[in-house]
Design a protein around this ligand. Structure first.
Ligand code: S3P
Length: 163
C-alpha cells in the first residue's frame, strides 16, 4: 500500500518521507519533484509563469501518474485544495501536524515558496486545516524529533497492517 504524507509547507513532510524511506526500505516520491521533472521547470517557476491553477492541474496529473505500489509519497502542501485529489490518493494518508510557530520559524528564511508572497501562513493554515483532516487517515504530531516522529509512524503502520 502506498503511504502519502500531507501537511503544511514547512511541516517536515519531505524530511520525514526520506527518513521513512530509508528505515522501511521503500522508494520515496516527492510530488513537487515529479511535477518539476514533467514540466522541465522548478515548481516556483511554474507557479510564477503559468499561475497557481495550472500548477494545481499539473499536481493532479502527477498524482494520477503514480502507478507504483508500496511507495512513500511526499505531497505538496496544497494537495488538499482540490477535493478530487483525494480520490487519486490510493493508499494510507498521514497528516503531519506541526505547530504553526515551528513552521513560521522554518519558513522565515525561505523566500522560495511563492504562495507565501500573496498569503500569510496563518490564512493558509486556516483555509486548509479542516481539509487536511478530511483527507487524512491518521494525524501524526511532528512537534518532536525526526527519530520520534518516524517511530510513531512506523508503529501506526505496523498496527494498521501496512508494513
Ligand atoms: C504549495 C506547497 C509546496 C509546492 C507549491 C505549493 C502549497 O510544497 O507544492 O509551492 O500550496 O502549499 P511544500 O509543501 O513541499 O512546500
Amino acid at each position: 500500500m502506498n503511504i502519502y504524507l500531507i501537511g503544511m509547507p514547512g511541516s517536515g513532510k519531505s524530511t520525514i518521507a526520506r527518513d521513512l524511506g530509508k528505515k522501511l526500505n521503500r522508494k520515496v516520491i516527492d510530488l513537487d519533484d515529479e511535477i518539476a521533472k514533467n514540466a522541465l521547470m522548478f515548481v516556483e517557476e511554474i507557479i510564477e509563469k503559468l499561475g497557481i491553477d495550472a500548477f494545481r492541474n499539473l499536481e493532479t496529473e502527477a498524482l494520477k501518474q503514480i502507478n507504483e505500489d508500496n511507495v512513500i509519497i511526499s505531497c505538496g502542501g496544497g494537495i488538499v485544495t482540490k477535493r478530487e485529489n483525494k480520490a487519486f490518493m490510493n493508499g494510507f494518508k498521514i497528516y503531519i501536524d506541526t505547530d504553526i510557530e515551528i513552521i513560521r520559524k522554518r519558513l522565515e528564511t525561505d523566500y522560495e515558496r511563492p504562495l507565501l508572497k500573496t498569503k500569510t501562513l496563518d490564512s493558509l493554515y486556516e483555509e486548509r486545516f479542516l481539509k487536511y483532516l478530511d483527507f487524512a487517515d491518521v494525524i501524526v504530531s511532528n512537534n518532536k524529533t525526526l527519530e520520534n516522529v518516524c517511530e510513531d509512524i512506523i508503529e501506526i503502520l505496523d498496527k494498521e497492517g501496512i508494513l
